[in-house]
Ligand binder design. Sequence first.
Ligand code: AMP
Length: 347
Amino acid sequence: MNKPTLGIIGGGQLGSLLADAAKKIDIQTVILSDDPDAPGKHFATKFIFGQYDDDTTIKNFINEVDLVTYEFENIPFKILKKINKKKKVLPNPEINKLIQHRETEKNFLNENNITTTKYVTVRNQKDLSENVNLLPGLLKTTTLGYDGKGQYKLNTLDDVTDEIDFTKEYILEKFIHLKKEISVVITRYNQNNYEIYDPIENVHEEQILKYSTIPSDIPDNIRTQSIEWAKQVVEKLDYIGTLCVEFFIDEDDNLYANEIAPRVHNSGHLTMNSHNISQFENHVRAVCGLEKIETKKIFNAKMINLIGDDITPYRNKTFNDNEFFYDYLKTEIKNKRKMGHITIIKK
Ligand code: AMP
């Protein structure tokens, strides 16, 4: 079989690491990015700069590729749907549409008997006043929020400030006293045919992922339940590719699904060094219809995200043979920007 050329929308670290994984298995990639300096240009076989809503850009991109995937979920559905008419887009744009919106995403989870935190939709001040039982809570924009962006912690109604823009839609979510956060990364090839990584334990600082570790230190029943729910999510969505479900565990060991990321995920970066097949390679294999290889853990591992200035000392450091440093080659260091990561394996 001739290997397809894979188009990737988005040229950040996820797109770059996907392109890098594809190269290792002789798959050519074309990255499309609206940032002329996106790190993806260092990793893809070909790099196209242009706006996602520009017809000529999209036409050029489509002409270069056999199929398309994407690195982030905030691409307008309309654009993915348009591309899908010419070249297959995986995961299916309909899935992206469902998950882009916190309300439809949480409704989907609950309809499938997957527990989430309690939540209501909020369109105005009145909706908040009528749901004080959910305080303390987090008010989150229904779309375009990530790494804590668009989120407000409300202990009482007095915390509602003018900063909250009620022309946007929100959900109010009950605040959970977190004991731990975990994620399950799963790659589905087709029906009941997947590779699953063991739950990864995550630590956030200022709502940004800082550390990921395997194995996670969790009870067996939580391990089993989180894996079961992740399988249920991919089956129900008829998903192709790598997906991540993020979970909360509260102080009484209750498990809640927080979010679904319909893509490779930052917490899965350690799989590049801990497993024989990484989350990126599994994604490329699944969407390109290549053979599934049994995925096995080789080492325990810990990943540390290098955020903002954290990266500077690492750029000149000498590393031990159990340390793997990844520099996303972003042109500018910015506060709270993920600049790179380091994974330490335990041999
Ligand atoms: P999210 O954007 O929903 O993934 O939230 C980012 C981070 O904020 C999570 O990983 C948690 O650390 C924290 N967080 C979000 N929602 C809640 C909640 N309902 N209760 C407690 N912490 C939360």
